[in-house]
Design a binder for this molecule. Structure first.
Ligand SMILES: [Zn+2]
Length: 93
C-alpha cells in the first residue's frame, strides 16, 4: 500500500490499520454471521482477539469492521461471539 507521506496529519498505527480494515470489509462483517441483530449505527474496528487477552489493535488482520449494534452484541454475548468467530480465546503458548 502507498504510504501517506506529506500529509500534515500524523496517522497512528491504529488509524492506519482501521483505514485498511474499512477498505477491506466495507460493511459490518457480522451482518451475515449474526442475522438476528440488525446493523445500525456507525462502524467501529473490533479485535476478535481482545486487547486484554493479547490482541494487537494495530494489526489489520486482527481487526474486523462491526456496526455499533453488532459490536455491542459481541461484548454482551461473548460465548455466542466465540461460536461465530467474532471472539477468540487467547491461547498462550
Ligand atoms: Zn452489524
Amino acid at each position: 500500500m502507498a504510504s501517506r507521506q506529506g500529509s500534515s496529519v500524523t496517522t497512528s498505527a491504529r488509524d492506519a490499520a482501521l483505514q485498511t480494515v474499512r477498505r477491506r470489509d466495507i460493511r459490518c462483517v457480522a451482518r451475515l454471521l449474526v442475522p438476528q441483530v440488525r446493523c445500525s449505527g456507525g462502524t467501529v474496528g473490533h479485535e476478535p482477539l481482545f486487547r486484554s487477552r493479547g490482541g494487537n489493535a494495530d494489526d489489520p488482520n486482527q481487526i474486523v469492521l462491526l456496526c455499533s449494534a453488532h459490536h455491542h452484541w459481541v461484548h454482551a454475548h461473548p460465548a455466542e461471539a466465540l461460536v461465530v468467530g467474532l471472539a477468540e480465546r487467547h491461547q498462550p503458548r
